[in-house]
Design a protein around this ligand. Structure first.
Ligand code: A2P
Length: 274
């Protein structure tokens, strides 16, 4: 699996399995096992997804060494608001059945986030987390955190798909040495009907004998971001990993970039209700 180096020297596989909306139990356990069997070495979950136990179980059942798998989970908003960073982190460890996580993220920029980040810095210093970062942070959230942090976030995980490229924020993060991960890279539930049916993407896919999903994932990778496609189907999990044997041309990249409509599928980090 191709990897890149985070700003603290830790390697991260550039493609990981997303499990948002994967049901706790067999559905997630199987998805994780199929992914690891196919060659994924990176699983992205969160406390609020409610499937950390199943992620841990899938990893265990895969028989693959824990240390060879990059596991991300996220600190939920209510825990930040109620000053429960340490407790929430330990609960996630227990659920995942592991004694460290590779990446721990502030899930959304809620009040008291600076305090939560300071707690995460302590956990990082204690060796319980290999890299710390944030998610759904706009530029202004990053600039504000910069005033109080001691450790530059390794990652900002944000929404991006061909209809919502989020390119300006991506460029800003990369300039700052903050790696970018993208969630709902295929456009999530809504994108499934739109993006994967897009005529431009279908045409590019045909030219490479690939699927639209593979073209979208490849576009993300060539932009230099880490991509986290979600699927609970074995054939799609395999398909989404089979993207390292072709390359989009500069012209195709430009066509893909041109599809942007600034159309989000998720909430705006400046205006959310959870
Ligand atoms: P499923 O789990 O039923 O396969 P996201 O953009 O959030 O990663 O979401 C991708 C959505 O598209 C999911 O609902 C997933 O559903 C579906 N999906 C994932 N991979 C593919 C694929 N290769 N082709 C078509 N649909 C896919």
């Amino acid at each position: 699996m191709n990897q890149i180096k985070l700003n603290n020297g830790v390697d991260i596989p550039v493609l990981g399995l997303g499990v948002f909306r994967s049901k706790d139990g067999e559905e997630t356990i199987d998805a994780v096992k199929w992914a690891l069997e196919a060659g994924y070495r990176h699983i992205d979950t969160a406390k609020v997804y409610g499937n950390e136990v199943s992620v841990g179980q899938g990893i265990k059942e895969s028989g693959i060494d824990r240390k060879d798998i990059f596991i991300t989970t996220k600190l939920w908003n209510d825990d930040i608001r109620s000053h429960r960073t340490l407790e929430a982190f330990n609960e996630s460890l227990e659920k995942l059945d592991t004694d460290y996580v590779d990446l721990y993220l502030i899930h959304w920029p809620v009040d008291f986030r600076a305090e939560a980040y300071a707690e995460m810095e302590k956990l990082y210093e204690a060796g319980k987390i290999r890299a710390i970062g944030v998610s759904n942070f706009h530029k202004h959230h990053l600039q504000e955190l910069e005033k109080t942090y001691h450790i530059v976030p390794a990652i900002n995980q944000i929404e991006s798909n061909p209809y919502f490229s989020n390119q300006e924020l991506i460029d800003y993060c990369l300039e700052k040495g903050i790696a970018v991960e993208v969630w709902s890279p295929l456009g999530g539930l809504k994108g499934h009907d739109g993006i994967l049916e897009d005529e431009t993407i279908k045409k590019i896919a045909k030219a490479h004998d690939k699927t639209p999903a593979q073209v979208v994932i490849r576009w993300h990778l060539q932009r230099g971001v880490i991509v986290l496609p979600k699927s609970v189907h074995q054939s799609r999990i395999n398909e989404n990993l089979d993207v390292f044997n072709f390359k989009l041309t500069d012209e195709e990249m430009a066509l893909m970039n041109g599809l942007n409509r600034n159309q989000r599928v998720g909430s705006d980090p400046d205006n959310f209700t959870f």
